[in-house]
Design a protein around this ligand. Structure first.
Ligand code: PMV
Length: 346
């Protein structure tokens, strides 16, 4: 079956450098965050749609993942439509078939919510445009708001390069409601940065990010963490401006470890590292020291490791990954990625 109209978007994943961890009601972040938008790790989503007579139901959709009917994804999408109902007034009188697939292997442990929810948000923004409900000039902002309501970090995926979400005094135009392209000067080296994702653990995360954010409510160190993130948002801008790779890398590693420290010191506490995560972190630090190569790690809220490095050391780092890190990856799997230019209408 196919419906009369169709919109398609490809939207990338992103990796936070200063992390968002903790939120207030309405998907408002407790602190500002900044990320690199990725390139190879992306979701492609097509929404076929046509107008129908409203029958009192808030929405009508079917979902296919990799061409298979996937009712297990319905709850997440229903939550998204419930939260965005005011912004998408045509939903009750629109029938939709959503088809989606990820470029990265199924259940590779890569956070697919940023690319998945932003790809869906961009499709919905496109349908809003076609209804005349939206001005083309506001498209990206509108889609960032929609994405945020699906998954906070997804708000950053609607732009390429470096992206800030959350109000910060030193980032003009920044907002808690939507993400913005980082507005200041960035040394060229950071515009082509590389990210190799080392897949230590595949499958479902042991703690969902929703639960993780919730654990920050009443956390003993929460206020200190939010202050730290705010200070790191100021500091990282200096490194981006001067091209200080070591300053940048040290800060990014500290952010990743701070995120995990918050999880460990929650009640209950969670250990998201696996033994192989630690083995990789030690290898990276050791390699950096001995080879004098500017390679640093960051982590999402799981066991996988993102290896960040400038383009000019790519060959060396690829050899390092093959020879020393691959052995700690699940089935030897990793993905070479890089800073990307943002979503594409297909
Ligand atoms: O967007 P969420 O709710 O899945 O939260 C993502 C949180 C981190 O990935 C750990 C950090 C971030 O800023 O992306």
């Amino acid at each position: 079956m196919s419906l009369k109209n169709k919109v398609s978007w490809q939207s990338p994943s992103n990796i936070a450098l200063v992390k968002y961890w903790g939120k207030k009601a309405g998907q408002i972040p407790a602190n500002a965050s900044i990320s690199f938008t990725l390139d190879n790790c992306h979701t492609r989503t097509t929404v076929e749609w046509e107008p129908i007579e409203a029958d009192g139901a808030p929405f009508h959709f079917e979902i296919f993942v990799d061409d298979e009917p996937s009712p297990e994804f319905r709850p997440k999408i229903e939550t998204f439509f419930q939260r965005t109902a005011d912004l998408l007034p045509f939903l009750p009188s629109t029938k939709m078939i959503i088809r989606t697939s990820n470029s990265f292997p199924h259940s590779s442990g890569i956070a697919s919510s940023a690319s998945g929810l932003s790809a869906l948000a961009l499709c919905m923004g496109d349908i809003a445009l076609q209804h005349g409900a939206l001005d083309e000039n506001n498209f990206n902002r509108f889609c960032s708001i929609l994405s945020r309501l699906g998954s906070g970090s997804a708000s950053r995926s609607v732009y390429g390069g470096l992206v800030v979400w959350g109000q910060h005094a030193e980032v003009p135009g920044s907002s808690d409601s939507f993400a913005v392209e980082y507005p200041h000067h960035v040394e060229h080296v950071f515009t082509t940065y590389r990210d190799t994702v080392l897949l230590v653990e595949v499958g479902q995360k042991s703690v969902s990010s929703t639960k993780g954010h919730g654990l920050m409510v009443g956390h003993e160190y929460a206020e200190a963490r939010f202050e730290q993130a705010k200070a790191n948002m100021s500091e990282i801008q200096k490194h981006l401006q001067t091209g200080d790779l070591n300053g940048f890398g040290e800060l990014v590693e500290a952010e990743a470890l701070s995120l995990h420290a918050m999880m460990m010191t929650s009640r209950p506490g969670y250990m998201l590292f696996r033994p192989n995560t630690i083995a990789i972190l030690e290898k990276i630090r050791n390699y950096r020291e001995t080879e004098k190569v500017p390679v640093h790690f960051t982590l999402d809220a799981g066991a996988n490791v993102h290896l960040l490095y400038p383009a000019h050391v790519e060959q060396k780092v690829h050899t390092f990954v093959e020879q020393e890190l691959k052995q700690f990856c699940k089935d030897g799997r990793y993905i070479h990625d890089r800073v990307g230019s943002g979503p594409k209408r297909l």
